[in-house]
Design a protein around this ligand. Sequence first.
Ligand code: NAD
Length: 478
Amino acid sequence: MIANLVGGKWSEPSGRESLPVFNPATGEVIEQVPLSGAQEVERAVEAALKAYAHWSVSAIGERAQLMFRYKALLETHAEALAAIVTRHHGKTLDEARGEVRRGIDVVDFACGAPTLLQGRTLRAVSREVDQDYYRYPVGVVAGITPFNFPVMIPLWMFPLAVMAGNTFVLKPSERTPLGAVRLAELFLEAGFPEGVLNLVHGAQETVDALLSHPGVSAVSFVGSEPVARYVYQQAARNRKRVQAAGGAKNHIFVMPDADLSLAIPAILNSAFGNAGERCLAGSVAVAIAGAGKALVERLAAETRKLRVGPGDQSGIDIGPLIRDEHRRRVLGHIERGIREGARPVVDGRDDAYLGRAGFFLGPTILDQVTAEMAAAREEIFGPVLSVADAAQLKDAIAQANRVEYGNMAAIFTDSGKSAREFRERIEAGMVGINVGVAQPFAFYPFSGWKSSFYGDLHIHGTDGVDFYTRKKVVVSRW
Ligand code: NAD
C-alpha cells in the first residue's frame, strides 16, 4: 500500500479501504492506493497549518534556493519520473518525457519568485501620502489532480504555491498516484521543511474532507467538468478561494489554403497523442469550404500507420487507455456516433487491440459528424477524431462556439485574415494557429473558458502568482 505524507513522515492510513493501481499496458495490479478519510485529511491540514507558521515568514531567497535544488533533482530524475508515468498511466515514454519537461518548466518559473512576488508602490497619492501593496500567502492550499498528467499537473500547483509562502496538501488521482509520491520524496530530499508539502491519497471522500476543512484557504482543482463544477461550488460555499479546470471538446479548423503536410501530423498528434486522454486533444477536425475530401483521405491513411502498444516499447505511437471501464465508455461513444450517422473511416475496435491484455483501443476516425451528434459536443477522452464540414469559416466558428466547453481551438491556414478572424471570434481560452496543441508555457496561464474553467485566476503563469497570494495595500503618511 502506498503511504500518505504528513508533516514530513510517510505513513499508511490504518483501517482504510484501498483501490488497485494498474499497469494499463498489462492489466496487472502494481500497487494499492489508500482511500483516506476525514481523519487523515485533518492530520495533513494540521501539519500544513503548523508548517505555515514559520514557512510563511521565511526569507524568499532561502525558499528560492530550495526550489533551485528541487529543480536540479527533478532534472536528475527526469527519466525515472517519465518511466513511472508510463508504468501506471500508459502513455508512451516520449509523451511521458514531454510531460515531465512541461512540469519542470513550472518549477523554473517558480524559481523566479523573488521577482514574481514583488509588490508595487506609488508615492504621493495624496499630499505626503504614499501607497504600497505587498503580497502575502493565503494559507494552506489543497490541490486535487486528474489521472492524465500524474507529474505535470501536481507541478502546475505546489511549486508556485509554496514559493509564495503557502503550505500545501496534495490529493493526487487515485488512478495515477505514483508520480506525486516520487515528486514528494524529491521535495523532501531538496530540503524543504516538513509539513510544507503533504500528500493525502484517496477519492471523493478525501476531496470532500478537504473542501469542508476550515483550515484550507484555497483549492486548485483539475479534472472533469462535473467534478470541477462541484469543487468550485463547494469550495466557494465554504469561503475558499478556488480555481477549477474542467473538461474540453476542442475543434481544429482546416482551411482550403492550409499546408496539409503540416496540418495532418499536427492533427493526428493532437487527437491521438496521450491516447486522446488530454484536455487539449483536438477532438473535432472541421474541414472548411471543401477542404474535406483530401483531408479525410490523408488523415485516414496516416492513422492506419500508427502503432498501438505498451508505452515503454520503442516505435509505439499510442499507449493503452487508463482502465477497461474507461475503454468501454469510449467504445460507447464510437457506437453512438455510428448510430447517429457518422461514418467510421478508421475503426479502432479491432480484436488485435481489444483482445489482448491491457486496456488498448485503436485510433478511430468518424467522418460526416454533424453539430447535433454527441461526437461533436461531448468529451470522449480517447483516441477518437470526429471530422465535420462547414461551408465557411464563420459557420464553423458559430458551430464550435455552441459547444459548452471552451478550452482550446486551433486553425490551420495560410491566410492571416482567416487566422485573425478565428482568433477574434472563437470562444476558447487557448488558441492554436498552425499549432495542434496550444499549451501555454508555464509563464502564461492555462486559460480555459466557459465550462472548461470555473474561477477567475487560472493555473500557473502570473494568474498563478495572483491566485496563491493576497494583496495588502498600505496607505502611509509620515
Ligand atoms: P475526475 O474528475 O474523475 O478526477 C479528478 C480528481 O477529482 C481526482 O483527484 C478524483 O479523485 C477527484 N474526484 C473524482 N470524482 C469526484 C467526486 N465525485 N467528488 C469529489 N472529487 C472527485 O477526472 P479524471 O478522469 O481524473 O481526469 C480527466 C478529466 O480531467 C477530463 O475531463 C479532462 O478534460 C480533465 N482535465 C482538464 C484539464 C484542464 O486543464 N482543463 C487538464 C487535465 C485534465
